[in-house]
Structures are given as structure tokens and as C-alpha cells.
Design a protein around this ligand. Sequence first.
Ligand code: ADP
Ligand code: ZN
Length: 744
Amino acid sequence: MTSALVFFGTLASLPVTPHSMSSSIADIAVPVAVSKTFHYHIPDALRGALVTGSRVQVPFGSRHVSGTVIGFPAEAGTRGLKSVIGVQGEPVGPDLMRLAFWMADYYLHPIGLTIETLLPKALDSAKQRTRRLLRLVDGDHDLDSVRGPKQAELLHLLCDRQVMPFEELDSFSPSTIKALCSAGMAQVIEQEVEPGAGSGLPAPDRPPALMTEQAEAVRRIVEASASGGFEVFLLHGVTGSGKTEVYLHSIATLAGSGKGAIVLVPEIALTPQLLGRFRRRFGGRVAVLHSGLTDRERADEYRRIRGGGVDVAVGARSAVFAPFSRIGLVIVDEEQESSYKQDEGLRYHARDVAVMRAKFQDAVCVLGSATPSLESFANARAGKYRYLRIANRVDHRPMPEVEIIDLKTAPKTAGHSAALVAAVQDRLAKGEQSLLLLNRRGFSSVLICGDCGRTLQCPSCSVSLAFHKREQALKCHYCDFHTAPPVRCPSCGGAALKPLGAGTQRIEEDIAAIAPSARIARMDRDSVRGRNAYDELLGRVDRREVDILLGTQMVAKGHDFPAVTLVGVVDADVGLNLPDFRSAEKTFQLITQAAGRAGRGDVAGEVIIQTLNPGHYALRHSRTHDYEGFYDEEIGYRTELGYPPIRRMIKIEVKSSREKLAVEAAQAARDCIRHLLRGKETTLLGPASAPIAKVRGKYRYQMLLLSPKREVIRRLAAEARSAVEEKFCRTVQMIVDVDPVNLM
Ligand code: ADP
Ligand code: ZN
């Protein structure tokens, strides 16, 4: 039935392997939640056109889906097999296919869905981008000959402009446009749009001469890269040590080698500031991949990389899949960032995938951080990664002074320590900038009833609602539930509801009272929505139109503002007491990052940390900028408890809208695992209700598998999943999270 064939791509450009020449069956992975793949018949017209990695359309059930050829089985019978319908676009390259198989295996995820995660969404559907334009047909047009005022208005406009893009014709209905075309006065034309780096590239900069430690790091990275083998470096450089400059220099040496570079940065660090540095150095040969792109823009960038028009791809998590056919360097900046871990679907950790990508393409991987994750530092200590240290800031600027204030005893002004208030006022008087970190949104964390002590909870999540004073709303930070604050306590009817615990909105009010003349900006997910608002706010800080920037962790990360000389951590305890074995590590990292924003210019920086736990080791070591001291103490606790990186961890979570089913499924998983559990070194913790027991109306139970051998717990998790899926299919959702980061 060749007539049913639809060709989406240009077949001529597809490479041909001997495999598909002789084979009449293709093994195809389709994006469905099963780990098996499916055999399809290859019709004659496609014989020889398919390779491993080819993207194809196939019938699946009652619909058509996009799948990927993963092989050509030898068996003969094609009876009963459905046929491949057509080929779409370019095949997935062999290295990315290999990475997909590794990921599917490592993260226990169906291969068809895994491949889909690697590809940008609109890749198959979006052809070369075109723009629709409406053009005036030459000749005399009589305004009286058109019907109605709308048509007249459009004709008028066209006579004036000659050609107009459809985006600007929103105010005219399709029938109005059609009428002018039918009357022979206008014409629709399509114009191809070159996907490109966009206009307005900044003027190129001159790379600075490197500091000694930077130069040494570059030398070793370049040496390894030139030798053409796989190697991982941990680049451990204090904040302000010029790590980005190390990346830029290392990448520059790849020029002309035909090998590309991938640079991963946390989404939040993808600011115009950082992109500007790459564009000034590498001009239009930079591709950018971030969540603000439309599917189509992403597909354009993807094609540009594949077409060889790009030397460097900079982006968040998914940029690790940038389709370079040859790669020299894979760089992961701020490698400790938890945002590298995808928290839904295929729960991959982009840092770990980056290491494997480099491995499969014989490239050098550089993991950069001022506060490496315990995992990476342990690997460096064990000699698996090569260790590069930059102990000094650029130009030997001093590290900031850090002062820890005990909120239990410190003298207070307006609810804050007198020291912090005085420091803020002092910077204001000197015209320097301050940055205040409070990792909690809203006005207060909760509204509490002064009579019965009850707090107001989200109806579908087991968390308290946060009070947002400005909007006069109670909001759930886990789902989108929001409501007006009640006048009376729903529990006892008392009228004594009051805010408890401070959020960013409350601090904004406090600071405005303390420093009435200050230009204050707040940065959190409520005040900054979308990339533009975020970039715009950072621009204002950069131009020194803001005196005090306060906000959640968004203010702490990556920015380079030379005029910031004071960093205040308003409440260091927010993250310390979470039921997460990484809470100390995350707090140490956040405070070190925040402190790293201070004193990046000519004036030395100062950091003030307010806490109720002044003796906590995460704070003690951040005061002295002592990463290794922190590491040694933390790894001691991890060793005692057998937590990562000492043992490997897999989290199993079961979710159901019926609590009873969630409990039963969790118990079934537990029984299955216990039955198979051997030896003392592998353990199962739980099941227990998750710290946030209910989210979006689903009850959550979780358990943790720990073992020094990944393979052991991988098998246990797979068995448990089969057991649960068989018994509870459809009523319970089971999630297997390998190397989990989010334990809440
Ligand atoms: P990090 O990422 O390690 O915190 P950055 O790479 O952002 O540090 O560098 C901090 C600042 O120092 C930036 O403004 C950068 O342009 C500047 N810088 C980096 N290296 C040098 C150098 N060798 N000479 C002069 N300035 C430098
Ligand atoms: Zn909720």
C-alpha cells in the first residue's frame, strides 16, 4: 500500500546502513508507558531508508504516533505486523541514542518516552519556520469597490504599508482578509524565516589575562581535551574566582576543531548578563536553550546546532541533549544546583547525564562550583574526578566578612537584629547596594488562630496556606489553591487570626519602615513572573536603580553586581530543619552562594546571618568559607546513616486519591522488596507518609532503598513496580526516582 505513505522529511539526505537494506522489520520505540518496543513491517518504499535512530510515524492502537527505530530484528515473518507509515525529519544520532538507552536503563524509564524527552517537542511537526504576509497587489484600487468599513480600512492600511505580517492584522477577521484577496487586491505570501541567533549581537570583548589559578585550570582542561579522551574535572573555585572565564577560555581553544561545547547553567542563572558574556566572546555561534523559548524556537535552535552553525550551546537542564555530532567539552556550572534534577516524568539529573554524554563522545566534562555537591566532591576525593581548585577571588579581592547573629539574644530594632538594620542603613548612606535573602514567599508563613492555635490548611495538600498580605489572599505553594483570608477561625469561630512567621512581603514592609528613602525591589515567584520581568529587575539592580534587593533564593544565585557590599540572611533556619538529609548541605550552599554576591567590586563585602542556631555546623563553616570543614563533618553524618554519597538511593513513591489504596500499594511494594532483600548492606526505609502527605488531592507514601550497589536497588525497585502495577493498575500511581533530590 505505497499510496498510504507520507514522507515528512527529505529521504535523500538520510544515511543508509546495510541493516535496513535487507531487513523488512523494524524494532520501534514508541512514546508509551511500557518498557517494551514494537515490531513493524517496513514497506518496500522505505526499505533502505531507515537507520537506527530514524524518526517514523507508525499506527499505534487507534492513533498514529511518532516513534524511533532502535534496530532491525532478523526474523522473517511479517504477517500481522502493522506497517511504518513514513519517515519524519532527521534521525537521532548514534551518540544520543546511546545516551537514551543508558538513561532508560539507569532511571528505569520506558525507552520510547526517554527518547521523546531528549528531543524538543516541535521538532517533528515544525518545518522550516515561515511567516505569513499580506501584500498589496499592484494596480489601482478603488476604495469604493470594497464592501464595509473593515475592508476599506484594511485596504487603506495596505496601500500605505504595501506588505504586512499577519501578526499585525489581528484586528481584521479572516473573512475581511479573504475578501480583499478574492477581489484581487491583496495576496497572501509565505516567507521563510532564517533561524538565527537574532540580530543585535553585542560588540566582541577582549578576553582578560587570566589569574594564575585560572590559567592553570584552563591548561589542564585543554590538555585533557586535546588528548581526545574522556575525563571529568571538578572545578572548585570560590565565589568570584572567575570560573566563567575558565569556561570561556577553554571553549575558545576548541575553535576550528569541529567539536562543539555544551554549557549547562541553572535556569535561574540564564540571565542577559551571562548570555552577553558568551555572545561577546563567540558572536552568533552561540545557541541558547531555556524554558522561555516556544517549542518552535527551541526546534530552530536544535536544527541550528545540528546543522553545524553553532559552536556553543548554553542552556538549562535539557541543553545536555544538544545535538552536536562531535563534542569537545561539556560544562556544568553550579553543579550542586538541585534544579538540574528533573522532578517529573523522566527524573534525570542533568549533571550525571552530562558526565555520561561526555563519556559516550570522548569529551571532557567540567563540573564547576563554589560549593560542590557531596557526591561530586566525594568522587574527586576518590580520584574518579580530577580536582581543580581556585582558592582566590579575581584580583585577590578578599572574601566577605561573615557575622552570625544569635536572634535569641541579639538587641533588636523593629523585629530584626540591630546589627543588620544598622548595616542596611549604613550602605544606604554610602550609596552602596544591599541584598537580603529570605527563603520564604508571602507575608507570613501562616495565619494562626490566637484562640485555638489552629492554622489554615490547603484543602487538597497537607500544608499550611501562606498569607499574602498585598493580595489579601491565602495561597497554597504546592497547588494553585487560593482564597480570601476568613474573618473568623473556621475551627473555633474566634476572631483572633494573626500572621505567624515572616515571608518576603513582610520583610519588604519592615525594610520600608526602617529605611523609608530606600528604593526596594522584591524578587520572588509572586513579584517576578516570567523571564522578562526577571531580566528587567536584574537590569535595574545592575544600573543601580535599586538600593535594596530582597527575595528568596532567586537573589542568591549567580549574579555579579559589583556594588553589592552587604548580604543579609534574614532567617538562616528556614531550610535547616526540613526532613531532608541534605538540609544542612543545601543551607551551607545557599548561604555561601548568597555571601558570594557580596564584595565583588572594589569595596569589600560583609555578610550578616540571623539565626536561632548559631552553633549549627552549616553556619559555622560558612562563616569561615570552609568548604572542606563542612564536607568532613557532613560526610561523617552520611557515613553513620549510610546516606548518599556513601550508598546509592532510590525513592519509591505511591500516590492515590484514596488513602487506603496508597497505603495498600506501599505495603505491597514493601512486601515484595522485603522478600527479595539480602544481606545487611541494602536497606529499605519506610514506607511512611511523605513529609507533605497530600498534594493536589493525592495521598503520598514513600520509601527509600539504599545500597552500595546501584544494581541491587534498581532490581528491587523494578520488581516492586511490577508487583504494584499488576495489582493496582490505574488506581495508584507509582514513581521510581533514582538518586532522588526532592524528599519532601
Ligand atoms: P564566579 O563564576 O567564579 O563567581 P565570574 O566568572 O562571574 O566568577 O567572575 C567574577 C568577575 O570577575 C566577573 O565580572 C568577571 O568578568 C571578572 N573576571 C574573571 N576573570 C577575570 C580576570 N582574569 N581578570 C579580570 N577580571 C576577571
Ligand atoms: Zn494545595
